[in-house]
Design a protein around this ligand. Structure first.
Ligand SMILES: [Zn+2]
Length: 692
């Protein structure tokens, strides 16, 4: 690969950390082209070879070539995210279609599929390690789910189904967006704005001005809609906005934007796809690559949680109704009063200022606290290290265990105008053994926190701290892996509904009094977080958690039953059938039943236009796992005095973090916890505990 034309291209240098100081946009096209060519040529050569493929002669070279392309393109994608100047944006976008085309082509390459299958059916298979057997099994599974094993005469229909599904999903989103934009509420009299915060008023005024009109224009977009529902004293305005929002993209609005028929068609196509693949329904297809085994199992889990959460939700609602009656004069609590009354109740009971909390979280203290938690749990050292970076603000660290290198990470904490929003962890390099030795993992941890001002350290909100711990949890999953096979090391190959376990797990430490004492120091006085403020933070965290939980469960159960129980074998499902199912689910788990004209499914993009079909439950599923895992540390702490218990930490590392996707997530969980997951810890952490 190292011929004359590519030797000088730093993107093609895989010997150490990416050479961020040398890599320029003009290197992208030649490097990525040559790597795609290399991969294509290799695939062509390997699929043309006669005879049964072997792991060393087929899978290894495929993995290595794929890894080089993945790493080089990873650097380009990373720079596009953290250094989004026009030249880099152009370089990234210029190659994006080619990259997408290449990966799509690999996924549909039947000759490749045949080779994997031949290896799977060969005598060598029995001699492979369980991990390698698992990797081959997953590879074949993914090909199969894309229709690779269908008889030739069925393949065109399968392709058609896929294409129509993508078109319908795109149309669903477009209709929803257009319907959201189609409605506006105009307020002409300033008195009508009572209660609405200044920034929302200013935005509404600007929106009116943009159309050359007097008054204030409120829209159904979240930043405009939500403040009205939460704060507007004008009940009629709230009611009109609520109804407009709840009926978006339905037959109650513009007929050309009605998502109802699309929903029926999408369900029928998914059903047809499932049957072609040999499953009873689409819920089964969705669960194949996930941790959960069957729709019945997931439904059982959701219903168990619902039965336990519902009494708390009822209590939340009673409390809200009583408050609305006594303090707000609202004798009947209508759906458009819920957000309004809740906000008033929250302020009355639990309000504290984020600004006040922030003073206790200066960046150096928070990082010390975070690193301290990691050191205590896993007995590792986190040491500053040197490597080229993309910005002088970026720091670089190495993790060592008893003097031995485990991995590296970049820490890019502060917002910059060239950085995309949000926070994320990404892989710069994955742990694996290859023909030239072993690579240790390297991670990017990227956040968008405020930077230091006026010579003072930056201070973080508690939400920022949660975000940092969350991403660091993903980072540790990537960095502490002990697996040598690329396809399942770190977060690779981890089931989709289990991948948030290590990240949500880390968040729990940010709610622990003892941990917070060690990671807070007031910027001026150096005092740790006071107990009274901490108590308020906990109360606010659990505010209405019963109502929020049953709402999430309502969506999850509806999604799962819609894809598992509703018969779509004879064509598009009538929307009445969809609404009837939702009513049924609400009668079972909801405490606040919306009006009959509410059209929730018509805007449920997660399952009709996102990747969450029969998978919305994953949010709660992962939360249960992470809370239950954390409970093991609480139990250890109760016995030993500190929940930062190295023995439990070592077990968490060994059974969960170290194994990555090399075995089923449920096996890992059980190996760590000694039993199946239980919902109790999550309920307790959310304040849903029966008072004795
Ligand atoms: Zn996450």
């Amino acid at each position: 690969m190292q011929n004359d034309s590519t030797a000088a291209n730093p993107l093609l240098d895989f010997s150490a950390m990416p050479r961020f100081e040398d890599i320029k946009p003009e290197h992208v096209e030649p490097a990525i082209r040559s790597l795609i060519d290399e991969n294509r040529a290799l695939i062509e050569r390997l699929t043309a070879e006669p005879g049964t493929p072997t792991w060393d002669g087929f899978v290894s070279p495929m993995d290595e070539a794929g890894e080089r392309l993945g790493r080089a393109w990873g650097v380009v994608g990373h720079l596009h995210s953290v250094f989004d100047v026009p030249e880099w944006r152009e370089a990234y976008n210029a190659m994006l279609p080619e990259i997408s085309r290449f990966y799509a082509e690999v996924g549909q390459n039947l000759a490749l599929f045949e080779k994997y299958k031949a290896l799977h059916d060969s005598p060598e298979f029995a001699t492979l390690s369980p991990v390698r057997q698992r990797i081959l099994g997953h590879g074949l599974r993914d090909f199969r789910l894309s229709g690779a094993e269908l008889p030739d005469d069925q393949k065109p229909r399968f392709q058609e189904i896929q294409e129509e599904q993508s078109q319908l999903a795109a149309k669903f989103s477009e209709n929803l967006l257009d319907a959201t934009n189609a409605h506006a509420e105009w307020v002409s009299d300033e008195a009508g704005l009572a209660g609405i915060p200044d920034d929302a008023r200013q935005a509404a005024r600007a929106a009116a001005e943009a159309e050359g009109k007097p008054g204030w224009k409120f829209t159904l977009q979240m930043p405009s809609y939500l403040p009205v529902l939460q704060y507007a004293d004008d009940r009629e305005l709230r009611a009109r906005m609520y109804r407009a929002y709840a009926t978006r993209a339905s037959e109650l609005g513009k007929p050309e934007l009605d998502n109802g028929p699309l929903i029926g068609r999408i369900l029928a196509l998914r059903d047809e796809e499932a049957r072609m693949l040999g499953y009873r329904n689409f819920a089964e297809v969705s669960l194949v690559p996930k941790m959960a085994d069957t729709p019945e199992q997931v439904l059982g889990f959701l219903r168990d949680l619902a039965a336990k959460a519902k009494p708390f939700a009822e209590k939340d609602l009673e409390e809200l109704k009583a408050f609305a009656r006594a303090e707000l004069g609202l004798d009947t609590l209508e759906p458009w009063d819920v957000a309004y009354a809740s906000e008033k109740l929250r302020q009355a009971r639990y309000a504290y200022s984020d600004q006040e909390v922030k003073q206790y979280f200066p960046e150096p203290k928070v990082l010390d606290g975070l690193f301290g938690v990691i050191r205590a749990l896993y007995r590792v050292d986190i040491l500053p290290d040197e490597a080229p970076t993309w910005d002088p603000d970026v720091r670089f660290f190495r993790i060592e265990k008893e003097g031995e290198l485990v991995g590296h990470f970049y820490l890019d904490l502060h917002a910059r105008s060239t950085k995309r929003g949000g926070a994320w962890m990404d892989s710069a390099r994955s742990r694996h053994r290859n023909t030239w030795g072993s690579d240790t993992p390297v991670a990017y941890l990227v956040c968008n926190f405020p930077g230091p001002v006026g010579g003072k350290p930056a201070t973080f909100t508690h939400d920022d701290v949660l975000t940092l711990f969350h991403e660091c949890g993903h980072g540790l999953h990537h960095l502490l892996t002990q697996v040598d096979e690329l396809a399942v090391s770190g977060i690779h190959g981890v089931e989709w509904d289990a991948v948030e376990l290590p990240s949500q797990f880390m968040e729990n430490f940010c709610w622990e009094w003892d941990v917070l004492q060690g990671m807070t120091a007031h910027v001026d006085t150096g005092a740790p977080l006071p107990r009274a403020l901490y108590d308020k933070m906990i109360a606010a965290k659990n505010f209405q958690s019963g109502m929020q939980t049953v709402r999430q469960l309502e969506f999850s159960i509806f999604d799962l039953r819609l894809h598992g129980e509703v018969d779509a074998s004879s064509g598009p499902v009538p929307i009445e059938r969809v609404m009837a199912l939702l009513d049924e689910v609400r009668r079972e788990v909801a405490v606040m039943i919306p009006p009959a004209w509410h059209r929730f499914p018509h805007s449920f993009s997660h399952i009709f236009a996102g990747g969450y079909a029969a998978g919305y439950y994953s949010y709660k599923w992962a939360e249960v796992l992470s809370a239950d895992a954390f409970e093991a540390f609480e139990e250890a702490g109760a016995g030993k005095g500190s929940l930062l218990d190295p023995e439990t930490g070592e077990r968490f590392w060994r059974e969960i973090l170290a194994v990555g996707g090399s075995r089923p997530a449920l096996d890992s969980f059980k190996a760590f916890r000694g039993r199946e997951p239980r919902v109790d810890a999550l309920l307790r952490h959310s304040g849903m505990v029966a008072q004795a």
